[in-house]
Design a protein around this ligand. Structure first.
Ligand code: AMP
Ligand code: MG
Length: 432
């Protein structure tokens, strides 16, 4: 490994030529811990979706603001349930949502009440309308299925005034926008969006719109990266294609480091690549070159770059040098980069949710590396998940990602998979 000046000691415990995925994840996580004060801004609710909350949101009110009915039915004093098998009450009036019944009904009275209407004074229980028989202004119902206080929503039951309704680090979801609105909150403090610069390297690369000559390929990685970054709601900064020469790469890296919080490149980090890549990255910062024990996605450069004349001077940015192969770019992004971007964005860490599925085919797998195969999962009538691979798993076969609906995550120690074996799958839905 190219040595790094400041990498935590943990790197030293592993062979950088076969770094297990979880070790790489741990190291990246340590380095991606937000440093210092993170800038924030206030945005209105509609602009807050998918942003990271910068501070706890304290509920300024009780929700619901008053005790109210959870059912359409009749409100009465629950104390009258004691000692009788059937209760007969007369209807003293009606309470509707937004139109309360303000008097206190007598001991043998009840109030016709609709869902959401305030519980009238002296009442604490609601009998659902389908449990009563009504004749004129009198209702009759059995008491055995009813407890005092039933079918009543208590004030503050959903959110209590003065308590945190949402925590800092929360990525604001649809329900959160509604929840904030239910508190009467019009704007919230969110973290500044992370700026992520990305570029592709390679003399063979052509941009869409250019002519493809013999030996050249269209640059697809920038598009995949752009899309994956957008999904994480960071600010993507497209720096185009950079040719395989020292001057171009140095210029791109310095510019990216000045502009962005994180720099992601693809290609040019394999063993066969020009030594200037490594030299350059080391002169610009602390960069380690790893061969991660994962497939796809073996070679990866990771560290911190500086825009100044020497490491430690000028602006700094976290750097990920991803492999060039299109599927390897996606796998390393999801399993190595993604969490770092979320952490740097200030988001609270949430584990990805895998599902157990049965493999309906044998899968070749070499022990000693984690494999992220592309799978097509389906659920049978009993609710069990089954999975097959998309076929050829070459790290250049980008169509395998488009065809798949999940990653099949085959753990480090595991060998070949037989038909009927259980495997973990990670659905794309929500991830991709
Ligand atoms: P490298 O890691 O630079 O050796 O690239 C590995 C393989 O990925 C080569 O076949 C490259 O042509 C291909 N590749 C690299 N960058 C890209 C890109 N941006 N888009 C599509 N293919 C790429
Ligand atoms: Mg290359």
């Amino acid at each position: 490994m190219t040595t790094s000046r400041q990498f935590p000691d943990c790197v030293a415990y592993y062979d950088p030529n076969a770094l297990p995925v979880n070790a790489a994840q741990d190291i990246v996580r340590q380095w991606a811990a937000p440093r210092g004060h993170a800038p924030s801004e206030r945005v209105s609710l509609f602009d807050a979706l998918d942003r990271v909350l910068a501070e706890d949101v304290i509920s300024p009110i009780d929700v619901p603001s008053h005790d109210n009915s959870a059912m359409d039915g009749y409100a009465f004093a629950g104390a009258s349930l004691g000692g009788v098998r059937e209760l007969s009450l007369t209807v003293a009036g009606t309470a509707l949502a937004g139109r309360p019944f303000l008097d206190t009904p007598g001991a043998t009275q009840c109030v016709r009440i609709m869902t959401g209407a305030l519980i009238p004074p002296g009442c604490d229980t609601v009998v659902p309308q389908e449990s009563v028989s009504r004749e004129g202004d009198t209702i009759l119902f059995a008491t055995d299925a009813l407890q005092p206080g039933q079918n009543r929503r208590l004030a503050g039951e959903d959110l209590a005034r003065g308590r945190p309704a949402l925590r800092a680090g929360r990525i604001v979801r649809a329900s959160d926008l509604g929840l904030l609105a239910s508190l009467g909150i019009a704007e919230v403090a969110v973290r500044r969006r992370l700026r992520v610069a990305f570029f592709s390297t390679g003399d063979e690369l052509r941009s869409v719109g250019e002519e493809l000559t013999a030996g050249s390929v269209y640059d697809s990685n920038r598009y995949t990266l752009f899309a994956m970054l957008r999904r994480l709601n960071v600010e993507p900064i497209d720096l185009g294609i950079v040719r395989d020469d020292r001057a171009s790469l140095e210029k791109a890296l310095r510019h990216a480091t000045e502009t962005a919080d994180v720099v992601i490149s693809s290609g040019g980090v394999s063993v066969g690549d020009a030594d200037f890549t490594r030299e350059l990255m080391n002169s610009l910062g602390d960069v380690a070159f790893w061969k991660i024990a994962m497939r796809p996605g073996r070679p990866l450069a990771f560290g911190r770059l500086w825009s100044g004349p020497r490491a430690g001077e000028g602006e700094s940015a976290l750097f990920f040098g991803l492999p060039g192969n299109p599927v390897a770019v996606m796998a390393t992004f999801y399993f190595i980069v993604r969490e770092a971007l979320l952490a740097l964005s200030g988001a609270t860490r949430e584990a990805l949710c895998t599902i157990r599925a049965t493999s309906t085919e044998p899968i070749r797998k070499r022990a000693g590396r984690t494999e992220f195969q592309r799978g097509i999962a389906s659920r049978d009538d009993d609710g069990h998940f089954h999975v097959v691979t998309t076929g050829p798993q070459g790290s250049g076969v980008l169509s395998s990602m488009s065809e798949a609906n999940c990653f099949i995550v085959l753990e480090h120690e595991r060998g070949d998979i037989d038909v009927g074996d259980s495997v973990d799958i990670l659905p794309f839905d929500g991830l991709i």
